[in-house]
Design a protein around this ligand. Sequence first.
Ligand code: NAD
Ligand code: 0WE
Length: 282
Amino acid sequence: MAEQNFPTGNLMAGKRGLIMGVANKNSIAWAIARQLAAQGAELAFTYQGEKLLRRVKPLAESVMPKGSNGEPILCDCDVTNDQQMEATFHTLKEEWGKIDFLVHAIAFAGKDQLAGSFIDNTTRDGFKSALDISAYSFVDAGRRAAAIMNDGGAMVTLTYLGSERVIPNYNVMGVAKAALEASTRYMAADLGPRQIRVNAISAGPIKTLAAAGIGSGRHMFRFNKAASAMQDNTDPMGVAGAALYLLSDLGLSCTGETHHVDGGFHAIGMPQEGPLRESMPD
Ligand code: NAD
Ligand code: 0WE
């Protein structure tokens, strides 16, 4: 993403929330955090282990409004660790009393699960851990967050088209994203009466740590650009804008939704011939 200015305003003024899933400046969660901060939100962050604190701390400090009493709230939180999950939301309750929103941008499957044949390569343990980290973690974080959303609230998670259609090598992550999207709907139903909205954003491919080292990466980005309605790759700023809509009061009455931000790739049945030829010269 080029250096960009996120539109400023007051859409998130007076709102506080937790961002889970910043690993570095390319993380989708970081684009969302910057957009929310530009609209006046106060943010807390989780990070996955000490190694990532070195990256996340300076980022967090750069968006915390000056004069807000010093240190941003940073919690070490591996989502498979119940004690760390407990401690994270305990800290938020202690520091803030309540929260208004949650951003969940976490996914993981073992590298061996993300290549070749789905039916042959998906192991019981690989399946369990992909669904635990990538889908159950939203249910778990959502339950803990809702417990301190005393004034209504909103939650957003990040998903991918591989939940709806077969994308080569995405494999068990596609199954995990299907579970994540279904969880979004069930959570929306449970929390709706308390004025807590729960939505998912289905982003097109974006060059982040999680998208690096994908075997067919070059091909995937070129194909997505050529075959999408907008004939361009997905800009994380569009994802951040969608998150702002869904997490602010603009999102009123929208819940249980999976909103695609992918240049219209999901809407295309057959891509135009021209751009495809250019992207894949024989
Ligand atoms: P990223 O690598 O920047 O973020 C992934 C995050 O998941 C990291 O911060 C990592 O620390 C965290 N994580 C993994 N396992 C964890 C665990 N056990 N406990 C706590 N945190 C853990 O990559 P990203 O692309 O920004 O991914 C964010 C979300 O966006 C993911 O859910 C991903 O599936 C989704 N998404 C990504 C793309 C894309 O092309 N990059 C497209 C659509 C959806
Ligand atoms: O959700 C994702 C990626 C999530 C992810 C990435 C990794 C890489 C490193 C989960 N687990 C791991 N495990 C690792 O060891 N995306 C939407 C990005 C992505 O990943 C793909 C894609 C796309 C798009 C994998 C194969 C094919 C397409």
